[in-house]
Design a binder for this molecule. Structure first.
Ligand SMILES: N[C@@H](CCC(=O)N[C@@H](CS)C(=O)NCC(=O)O)C(=O)O
Length: 209
């Protein structure tokens, strides 16, 4: 399998999951401005829309949406428990988290990352994102991870997104700073996830350690 990624982007989540599972995945870095792979190929041949992550299977099929890629990887080794079994209520809970992270957190950051273009919209978008983080804070009561005691692909996704609110190179130029003030459970969760060997490995490989 090949995982197409842009360092520090949402593709960090499947990168972490591949490490968690010890999967034989070849990482292919994409230049997001030129839409070129490291080998010089046109990334739009893989994803015509130009965004990462994309997961190319050994038979040539490509998955192009992060939430699906995360679940596909988890299902390669179901015994690791990174996603609950299909057909269970817990699986729908995981999908609820992934959909929430995709639409409310992931895309909630976008106006902040494009703040100079978005202008005053940031004033509306940032409180909405902070409100959603406050909701996550409440969900983490009595839990180590989003789904409970077990780390799942949803934690990998939230970790990749939450890093945007912490990274100095993003927060100094853009208006994407999301502080942990008043969010002690989220802060502890972030430290817990960051300490995982799979995460350290992914951060190191993407030059973010
Ligand atoms: N719908 C996609 C969106 C993925 C996405 O927003 N990827 C961003 C990085 S986090 C990207 O590749 N942006 C560069 C571009 O769109 O050219 C998903 O949920 O996986």
């Amino acid at each position: 399998m090949k995982l197409y990624y842009i360092p520090a982007s949402c593709s960090l989540a499947p990168h972490i999951v591949a490490n968690e599972l010890g999967l034989d995945v070849t990482l292919v870095k994409v230049d997001h401005r030129q839409h070129r792979t490291e080998a010089g190929g046109d990334y739009r041949d893989v994803n015509p829309l130009g965004y990462v992550p994309a997961l190319e299977l050994d038979d040539g099929q490509v998955f192009r949406e992060g939430a699906v890629i995360l679940q596909y990887l988890a299902d390669v080794k179901p015994e690791a428990g990174l996603a609950p079994p299909h057909g269970t209520t817990e699986r729908y809970r995981l999908q609820e988290w992934l959909n929430f992270l995709s639409s409310e957190i992931h895309k909630g950051y976008i106006p902040l990352l494009y703040a100079t273009l978005a202008g005053k919209y940031v004033e509306t978008a940032k409180p909405r994102l902070e409100q959603r983080y406050a909701w996550i804070e409440a969900q983490l009561a009595g839990r180590d991870f989003l789904m409970g005691e077990q780390f799942t692909v949803a934690d990998a996704y939230l970790f990749a997104l939450t890093g945007w609110g912490q990274a100095a190179w993003l927060t100094s130029y853009y208006k994407a700073d999301i502080h942990f003030d008043g969010l002690p459970r989220l802060a502890a969760w972030y430290g817990r996830v960051r300490a995982r060997p799979s995460v350290q490995l992914a951060l190191g490989r993407e030059g973010l350690a």
